[in-house]
Design a protein around this ligand. Structure first.
Ligand SMILES: *Cc1c(COP(=O)(O)O)cnc(C)c1O
Length: 365
């Protein structure tokens, strides 16, 4: 067996121990004589998995009692619609911080439901950045404020969150459980699982219950948060196997220690950014320093120390791929390079990439 370094932005690397455990249990789950893939979502065996997944999330993120933890389908992209459908009353408005590709998609869906106030916009800024929190002007009476904590494509991340009068809603798809945050500062948090929490097909929603209790009855049943709160995320058949893997990932985080994991994330990113900054401009980070993401490190290659060169970037990607570093190509919408180094990405992979980069620079500067 040979596992390569997987820098994909999502679905992304999972802890090897998690994959091995799932493999051991695949055919006969916990002595039930059948795979969890074949088991009823109403079975005792599955229920234990479901409850442990939710309990672990509660524990790891310190979720208060008056918040529900939901495991849904449809990806973070469905949340772009569900949030305004449930939280934005007729005649009301919501504040959106437009910081890049993902928040922009959230805005696109929200305007279909109601009035959106764009209170910050850095979508076109180069180097990429997030709107400064101090300059934001929140709209009095807004139903909620929506932000994206980490712009996965741009590699820009909020390092702190605003104190808002209206409930704060955050798309945390690409940095959930990667650093400490205070759930009680938010009204609703959502995240596709496929970056830090597990495989694709599961969407985590953490929501303050009283915020969604009065969503319109006319909403499609599956698109009402209350349906899933009442049904404990078992109103219909949940993505059982994905939730199982998410449960194993949360177990893995607990065993590793979340504080240790959070520090490791900071250290991994710092090493990579130090390599960029120490390259005399050969490698250039694309995000403004104060907003550099600890999850998605985006950069360009400038052989003359000035101008990005796509041919040399292509060469880098080809040679890196051949050397066992997968997924370093930047998102097709922005080009360049991106190293996604989520929770499960090993420290040694970062060290080896840094060594590979130095070597590449020596040969191509
Ligand atoms: C990946 C990602 C999404 C999209 O998630 P899906 O589960 O594919 O819908 C949304 N927002 C952010 C910040 C992401 O990183």
């Amino acid at each position: 067996m040979s596992r390569i370094y997987n820098f994909n932005a999502g679905p992304a690397v999972l802890p090897l121990e998690v994959l091995e455990e799932a493999q051991r249990q695949l055919i006969d789950f916990n002595g039930t004589g059948m795979s969890l893939l074949e088991s009823s979502h109403r079975s005792k065996a599955y229920d234990a998995v479901h409850q442990e997944a939710i309990a672990n999330i509660r524990e790891l993120m310190g979720v208060p009692e008056d918040y529900a933890v939901l495991l849904l389908q449809g990806g973070a992209s469905t949340q772009f619609s569900m949030v305004p459908m449930n939280l934005l009353p007729a005649g009301g408005s919501a504040d959106y911080i437009d910081s890049g590709s993902w928040s922009h998609k959230a805005v696109k869906e929200a305007v279909k439901v109601g009035t959106v106030n764009i209170i910050g916009n850095t979508v076109k800024d180069i180097p990429t950045r997030m709107p400064d929190l101090e300059t934001l002007k929140f709209t009095p009476g807004a139903a909620y404020v929506h932000l994206t904590s980490n712009e996965t494509i741009a590699g820009a991340q909020y390092k702190s969150f605003p104190k808002t009068e209206a409930p704060l809603v955050a798309d945390m798809s690409s940095d959930i459980l990667s650093r400490p945050f205070d759930v009680s500062q938010f009204g609703l948090i959502y995240a596709g699982a496929q970056k830090n929490l597990g495989p694709s097909g599961v969407t985590l929603v953490i929501v303050k219950k009283d915020l969604v209790a009065n969503a319109p009855e006319s909403l499609p049943t599956m698109l009402r948060y209350q349906t899933h709160i009442d049904g404990d995320s078992l109103y219909n058949t949940p993505p059982t196997f994905g939730i199982y893997i998410l449960m194993l990932v949360t177990r893995w985080v607990k065993a590793f220690g979340k504080e240790k994991l959070f520090q490791q994330n900071i250290d991994k990113a710092a090493k990579l950014y130090a390599a960029l900054d120490g390259s005399n401009g050969f490698f250039r980070g694309t995000a403004e320093k104060q907003y550099r993401s600890d999850m998605n490190v985006t950069f360009r290659i400038c052989p003359d120390g000035q101008t990005p060169n796509e041919d040399v970037e292509k060469k880098f990607i080809a040679e890196a791929t051949a050397a066992g570093f997968a997924g370093l190509k930047g998102h097709r919408s922005v080009g360049g390079l991106r190293a996604s180094i989520y929770n499960a990405f090993p420290v040694k992979g970062v060290d080896d990439l840094v060594a590979f980069m130095k070597n590449f620079q020596d040969k191509n500067a």
